[in-house]
Write a protein of this length. Structure first.
Length: 318
């Protein structure tokens, strides 16, 4: 999930990446793809200036960390300025210990998660999606950012704490985001659509949510829905309204439709990101007779034909 960034624009940017290098097997060894962990450098710079006033701390962090990792931030699509860092820093201070805890657990958790993911989906090319870890300035918890050759995946431990809490189920988050990378490898024609219709986004997010549930069978529904408590409390009338509206607008590509179902900024008739929930319900039904690779590779026309009757059912069932 990318709370403050539009995943739609991110996937649209993959067109250039796909043109330059199809998401086929990489020449690099996919097993054990390295984690680029920038956090030790951050903690060193953060601790060195912790006792200074905000202005001095901000400048010190810019010079000692953000400027030195400018290439990493450029690849992650984040711009660190004095204004953004000084605004973020006091809020970060309040959760420092929680972020340290997430960071301590991250490395081992990632290694275990990638091993389980590759065991379940052996045709996944991990080298095509190298993973980076850095403070995101609350711009994301996890974020896909194409670089013209590969599909790098970035995690922000500060964003993870802000959007999921210190007890975040990292296995679920890993599975969800890695499955997006897998979808782009298996079905680039849909994932790379610059004007992705609502039904395609419903499928992409719904199947990724479903995959995280399948790959982590002990995870709670709350964690599977990326810790969005409102989504697990949706009642039948609300689900009916949302499904009816999405059914009527399933071919729409406008920002308002996407925001109404897939973005945290939405405030309206149903909880924000209700598309994730509806997509999960739809994917569960399809998962009764399709494997995860089959679902990831399903052609766009078949996805639309499959989702239409399911949305009708979700709009009427008790």
């Amino acid at each position: 999930m990318t709370p403050l960034l539009n995943r739609r624009s991110c996937l649209a940017a993959l067109i250039a990446a796909h043109a330059l290098r199809p998401f086929a097997a990489s020449a690099e060894a996919s097993r054990g793809a390295a984690l680029n962990d920038c956090m030790p450098d951050f903690w060193a710079a953060y601790d060195a200036s912790r006792s200074e006033v905000l202005e001095i701390r901000t400048q010190s962090l810019l010079e000692q960390f953000f400027d030195r990792h400018a290439a990493d931030y450029r690849r992650a699509g984040v711009k660190a300025t004095a204004k953004t860092v000084s605004s973020w820093l006091p809020k970060f201070d309040a959760m420092e210990s929680q972020v340290r805890s997430v960071h301590r657990n991250f490395g081992k958790g990632y290694v275990n998660a990638i091993q389980r993911f590759e065991a379940a989906l052996p045709d996944f090319d991990a080298a095509a999606s190298p993973v980076g870890l850095l403070p995101s300035l609350f711009q994301f918890d996890a974020h896909l950012q194409p670089d013209g050759r590969r599909l790098p995946l970035y995690f922000g431990p500060d964003g993870i704490v802000r959007y999921h809490g210190v007890d975040a189920d990292l296995d679920v988050l890993f599975s969800h985001e890695l499955f997006h990378c897998y979808q782009a490898q298996k079905n680039p024609s849909m994932s790379l659509d610059a004007q992705m219709p609502a039904f395609a986004n419903l499928w992409i997010e719904g199947v990724a949510t479903y995959a995280s549930e399948r790959l982590n069978p002990k995870a709670s529904l709350l964690h599977v829905l990326l810790d969005d408590a409102e989504l697990i409390r949706i009642d039948a009338p609300t689900r009916h309204r949302a499904a009816q509206t999405l059914l009527a607008r399933m071919d729409e590509t406008d920002d308002a439709t996407m925001a109404a179902f897939f973005q945290t900024s939405y405030r309206g008739e149903w909880p924000s990101r209700t598309g994730y929930y509806l997509g999960l319900l739809a994917a569960r039904r399809m998962g009764e007779h399709l494997s995860l690779p089959q679902m990831a590779a399903m052609p766009t026309d078949q996805v639309r034909a499959t989702l239409r009757p399911i949305l009708r059912e979700l709009a009427t069932e008790a």
